[in-house]
Each structure stands twice: as C-alpha cells, then as structure tokens.
Design a binder for this molecule. Sequence first.
Ligand SMILES: Cc1cc2nc3c(=O)[nH]c(=O)nc-3n(C[C@H](O)[C@H](O)[C@H](O)COP(=O)(O)OP(=O)(O)OC[C@H]3O[C@@H](n4cnc5c(N)ncnc54)[C@H](O)[C@@H]3O)c2cc1C
Length: 432
Amino acid sequence: MSHPLFADDMKLTPYWWDDAPRPDLPHRPVPDKADVAIVGSGYTGLTAAIVLARAGRSVVVFDAEDAAWGCSARNGGQIGSGVKPGVDELTSRYGRATAHAMMNEGYASLDYVKRFITDEGIDCDLRTCGRFIGAHRPSRYEQLAADFEKVKNIVPLQWHMVPKSEMAKEIGTDAYHGGAVLPHHASLQPAKYANGLVELALKAGVEIHVRTPVIGLDRGSGGTVVVSSRGRTLAHDVIVATNGYTKGITPALQRRVIPIGSYMMATEPIPEDVMRRLYPHEHVTSDTRKVVYYYRPSPDHRRIVFGGRVALKETDPKVSGPRLHAVMTGLFPELAQTKISHTWMGLVAYTFDHLPHIGKRDGLWYAMGYCGSGVAWASYMGHKIGHKVLGDSEGGTSFDAIDFPTRPLYSGDPWFLSFAVAYYQAMDRWGP
Ligand SMILES: Cc1cc2nc3c(=O)[nH]c(=O)nc-3n(C[C@H](O)[C@H](O)[C@H](O)COP(=O)(O)OP(=O)(O)OC[C@H]3O[C@@H](n4cnc5c(N)ncnc54)[C@H](O)[C@@H]3O)c2cc1C
C-alpha cells in the first residue's frame, strides 16, 4: 500500500530502532534450572532481572520475540509522574492514606527512573525537558488548573499554567486553549534505554533467551516448570512481565489486562527554523483528551514523533500513519507536505481500575497494567517485583493494598474496545 505522504524508504519499524536496533543475542541452550524465570524482556522484566541477578540469584529471561521487542522499544519516550484516576476518585475507592501514597509513588517512579539511568550511566538521551499539556477545549484549561491546585499539598508537584496568549513561547500551535507546563517531566530514547537494560542484565549474569516463547507454566511442589519453545526450565520463582502481550499461558492475568494498540509515526527531518518555531523548547507534549495525542521532537530536534489512537478497532500502521499525520497537520499546518518516515504500533495494557498492578497470583509473580504510561511505572514496578521475590522490604508498595479487578465474561479479548474508544472520543468532543 502506498500513500503520497509515505517517504520512499518509509519503515514499518519504530524510528528508535534506526539508532538502537534490537540486540542480536545468540541462541544458547535453555538451562534445566534457575532460581528465577522471567517471561518478557521489556522494562519490567529486565529491571527485575537486574535486581535479582545482582542479589546473587540465577535468572533466566524469555522473550517470544527479540529482546525488548514489545512496548519498551516502541513507546514515545515521554516520562510522566502520575496515576490516571484523580485524587477524589482514588480517595473514595481506597481511603485518603492509600490514595495519597499511590499518588506519591507516581512521583517516586519518575525520580526512580531518572536516578537509575543516571547512576548506571545508560546512554539514552535522558532529558528533564518538561511537559506541555494542551487544553483541547476552553473548559479543560480551568479544569487542569483546578486539578493541580487540588493535589499541590499532596505531591511534590511543580507546574505553571500558560494562557493561550503566551502559548507561542511553549509550542508553535494555536490549536489549544492554553495549557500547563510540568517542568520535571522528562524524555528519553526508549530503545536505547531498553538496550541499556539488556546490557546491564547480561553484565549481571542474566541469561536472555530471545525468540523463545513460553508456551506453558506447570506448577509443582518443587517450583514451576517453564515450558518454552526450546526446552523446559525448573524455576523456584516465575515473574510474568508480559503487560499488553499477556496471553493464555496466564489466563488469570489475561482476564485482568486490556490490550490496546497505541500508534506512532515519525516525520522526515524538518527544516531547523521550522522546528525552532514549533518546538522552542524540547518539551514532550500531550493534551487533555481522554483519547490522548502525545508527541515530541526527536532527541536530535529534527523530527516530530507523534502518537495516539486513531482507529476504533486495531488497524495497520500503514493506515494509522496518515491519520496521525492529519492530526499533526491540524496542530502544525505547515507540516502538511512533510512525509512520514516511520509508522508503527504496540499494545499497551489498560486495567479496569486504570491503575498498575503488582503481586502474586496462582503462584506466579506479576507486574503490569501501566495504562500507557510505563516508561517510569514499568521500571519502578520491575524494581519492586524483583525485591518482592527477594523477600525484602524494598518490595513494598501502596499498590499491595488493592485487588486486581476483572469483569464477568471478560477473558482477554476486548470486544468492547471500539465502543469505549467511540464513547471517549465523543466525550472529548462534546462532554463536560
Ligand atoms: C506506541 C506506544 C507509545 C507509548 N508511549 C509511552 C510514553 O511515551 N510514555 C510512557 O510512559 N509509556 C508509553 N508507552 C507504554 C510503555 O511503553 C509500556 O507501558 C512499557 O514499555 C511496558 O513495559 P513491559 O516491560 O511491562 O512490557 P513490554 O515492553 O511490552 O514487554 C512485554 C514482552 O513480553 C513478551 N512476551 C509476551 N508473551 C510472551 C511469552 N509467552 N513468552 C515470552 N515472551 C513473551 C513480548 O514479546 C514483549 O517483548 C507506550 C506504548 C506504546 C505501544
């Protein structure tokens, strides 16, 4: 399928992989035994693996595809600090203390990932660039300000509101009705970060078996036999770190996460003066929609990397690319002729309560359900689940207090997704 907006050499792989391809890890025999087996080699699995291997455990990680092939090497590289539900909603569900602790862990996750990358010297273009949140309707500007006021004494929030009249200082569009800047939010090159984690894990002694899907988990008294396409491994502990790619080998977890496609595209290089006008800073950007658009300049400040949900049902990146481009052009009309150099997608994991989850179920450890905000959350929860397996207090989190909900008749196929997306899009357009 060709399209006038596609560059001649357009790729269907993430833009990030040009500079940071999936590592070429050779196949070695799968071990008979390990202290800990981890299913999934994204940020969750690798961060947990590093904690465990550094504590002296023998750790084996399996991935059905290449290392960090899932969301972890495909995302927008935007690092935020929050949980999705607001403070009132959280307080009414879990009480004040737990609600406040959860919100503070959102901030802790941002600090955690920045500190970890800096301390470990991972070269992944980490920048505390700040975030601009655009108010897509006038009422949302007031709402944003009110939301921040409400939490300013609960979390260490820094922010300032930017009225429409001053918006050009932040971003070169007049499509928003003002917005807010959160200066401590950050960005990174996601595939470089993932590859940095792979390197640290290998250095710590972790075995990573790529293109080796786990096809069964047989629980027994001596541990769990991890049945993979290339052999059987008896593991004392198993961590499931499959997030949006969670399937039938863990049916109880599959029933608790909702896989949702998130779509991205990158532009061809944009002239320097245009980029300076559109992006006077390096902010990452998102908006006040429920079906959010998120975008940013590439780390070399030459392209725009633009993401969002542009289909009711899952679609082909060749279809999503031009649709994302149309949304981008709505914001930045002068990019109407700029071609698409890359278009891709990945599956994020939503949950029924819009919160991440961590714990142990049916004898298997898990951490997942980051609801599209997993750069900080997956790293933080991966660290936590590693410590939980070690049995030390560092593994404790306020998320231990909450159940991981599902819904009757839901088994992992989100048949309701199109309706939900249509509903939220309608709310974005016409709702309060
Ligand atoms: C397009 C897109 C944009 C995003 N943008 C952002 C953003 O800007 N900011 C942000 O914070 N978050 C963002 N996210 C979300 C974030 O990337 C994820 O939440 C995070 O990477 C999840 O990490 P993970 O390790 O839990 O899962 P993943 O990185 O998805 O890894 C799961 C792995 O499990 C493997 N697997 C599954 N089943 C098996 C099996 N049976 N055997 C072996 N292996 C298996 C898969 O192959 C996969 O590699 C985005 C996601 C997408 C898709």
